[in-house]
Write a protein that binds this ligand. Structure first.
Ligand code: NAD
Length: 488
């Protein structure tokens, strides 16, 4: 790993129609969050570059080199890609950590490990999804075909680029679509490498294209394209809204949005093991420096155990090692970029102005490294209306609020515009099920926080999004239904 982490990273190009290109040629420096130093450069793809990628994807789709390939062929290629991701897991994990700052222990599992599993899941699924014969009258035959939609545009964020990229790429490709992928400008390296591995696995040219660059230029060009049929997105609510506008102003492409969260983690006094709950809850907000869409960023604690629980959680949080994400001992890696770090600190300042108390952390650390690091931060006495209780920080900042009844816990839990994830800690089975029903969220964890696999969907309600990734439910986004109505 040490050697890999010192390896120079070659200047990156665009991957279009099975070849590396320099596009219009403008580049941007990729700064590593570990030390703020330039790691390499990526291309800022222009609108013309994006149009070329979309045209290549369309050509590949229309001539059927992948869209009409036998399911067994597609399955084999996607399994081979999963094999290659596993073979290159350490290389991909280290490259990703140098690019985005996630601690290596988490990155190995969550990035190549998870991505390989997602490609396998949809490789296995692709020949188990097929059409229907409708129950029509005797003199007609009604058939419902499932067809790939065409060209999929995928725009993804920087927190888990490979895992989230695979959540889009695997079902899109398994269904027979062509894809143009735009990674986040501060985390593109592993997804560029995936394009190369996909080609090595036998994916035909033009089926997967990767264009890097700024959201407002490269992302906008993709979202405004008249020849992209479906846009799948993970990122912030603000950009999600723009994508809906772009769709309305272009070709009404379908947009599936996975957005942010302000997820409540609710601890009742009858939790089976408060100490264990405190440890898991600390990990549930602070791993990957809080840059996790489902992070349990609001901790709601029942009055009678509030002080005891906050003390335990703060103790566990303080024991988490902030450090160089390439060290195996690190529990909390770097913040992905400097504006994000400054935003995190701004949330803390504002919370203190609004009357919250600082129980732990609150500051930037390890500044001498040149990197972007922040202590795990616990704010107590946060009121539901406070800025830090209403808005996503996407950093290592936990807002703690008390409650004294089940009804109050539900009211506070549901008092934001978000609805991505939640946690409930209780020994009372009936209370657990009632909370699962009442809390508005796409996933409710009971007596744990985080954890999932490809078999269950991830998606939000309210302003956390309008679609799901993972599971067979997510597969539907990548198919069109076509009816054949045949007179007999
Ligand atoms: P972001 O919205 O700033 O960027 C996401 C992507 O959109 C990037 O690739 C960016 O370049 C692109 N983009 C930006 N402006 C654009 C524009 N005008 N047109 C087209 N594309 C544009 O988000 P981020 O900061 O990269 O990621 C953090 C956000 O992602 C958080 O809100 C987090 O909660 C969310 N997230 C959600 C999930 C989920 O599954 N719901 C998972 C991970 C992250």
């Amino acid at each position: 790993m040490n050697e890999l982490s010192r390896h120079p990273v070659a200047p990156q190009k665009l991957y279009i129609d099975g070849a590396w290109e320099e596009g219009a040629g403008e580049t941007q420096d990729v700064l590593s969050p570990i030390n703020g130093q330039t790691l390499t450069t990526t291309i800022r793809a222009s609108k013309a570059d994006v149009d070329r990628a979309v045209a290549a994807a369309r050509r590949a789709f229309e001539d059927g080199r992948w869209s009409r390939a036998a399911p067994a062929v597609r399955k084999k290629v996607l399994h081979k890609l999963a094999d290659l991701i596993e073979e290159h897991a350490l290389e991909l994990a280290v490259l990703g950590v140098r690019d985005n700052g996630t601690e290596i222990g988490m990155a190995i599992k969550a990035e190549p490990g998870s991505a390989a599993g997602t490609f396998r899941y949809y490789a296995e699924a692709l020949d188990k999804v097929y059409g229907e014969v409708a129950p029509t009258a005797e003199n007609v035959l009604g058939l419902v075909h499932k067809e790939p939609v065409g060209v999929v545009g995928a725009i993804v964020p920087w927190n888990f680029p490979l895992m989230i990229g695979a959540w889009k790429l695997a079902p899109a490709l398994a269904a027979g679509n062509s894809v143009v992928l735009k990674p986040a400008e501060t985390a593109s390296l592993t997804l560029l490498r995936i394009a190369e591995l996909a080609s090595e696995a036998g994916l035909p040219d033009g089926v997967l294209n990767v264009v890097t660059g700024e959201g407002a230029v490269t992302g906008e060009a993709l979202a405004m394209s008249m020849d992209v049929d479906v846009l799948v997105f993970t990122g912030s609510g603000g950009v999600g809204r723009r994508l809906l506008e772009y769709s309305a102003r272009s070709n009404l492409k379908r947009c599936y949005l996975e957005l942010g969260g302000k997820s409540p983690n609710i601890v009742f006094a009858d939790a089976p093991d408060l100490e264990a709950a405190a440890k898991v809850s600390a990990a549930g907000i602070f791993r990957n420096a809080g840059q996790v869409c489902i992070a349990g960023s609001r901790l709601l604690v029942e009055d009678s155990v509030h002080d005891e629980f906050v003390e335990a959680l703060t103790r566990h949080a303080a024991a988490m090692q902030v450090g160089n994400p390439l060290e195996l001992s690190t529990n909390i890696g770097a913040v992905n970029n400097l504006p994000q770090l400054e935003g995190n600190l701004g949330f803390v300042t504002k919370a203190l102005e609004e009357g919250a108390d600082l129980a732990l952390g609150g500051a930037r650390v390890m500044q001498d490294t040149g990197g972007w690091y922040m202590e795990p931060t616990v704010l107590t006495g946060v009121q539901p209306a406070h800025n830090v209780a209403q808005n996503e920080v996407f950093g290592p900042v936990l807002a703690v609020t008390r409650f004294s009844s089940d009804e109050e816990a539900v009211r506070i839990a549901n008092s934001t515009n978000y609805g991505l994830s939640a946690g409930v800690w209780t020994s009372n089975l009936s209370r657990a099920h009632k909370m699962v029903r009442s809390v508005q969220a796409g996933v409710v964890h009971v007596n744990t926080y985080g954890g999932a696999d490809n078999s269950v969907p991830l998606g939000g309600v309210k302003q956390s999004g309008n679609g799901h990734d993972k599971s067979m439910h997510a597969f539907d986004k990548y198919f069109d239904l076509k009816t054949a109505w045949i007179s007999l």
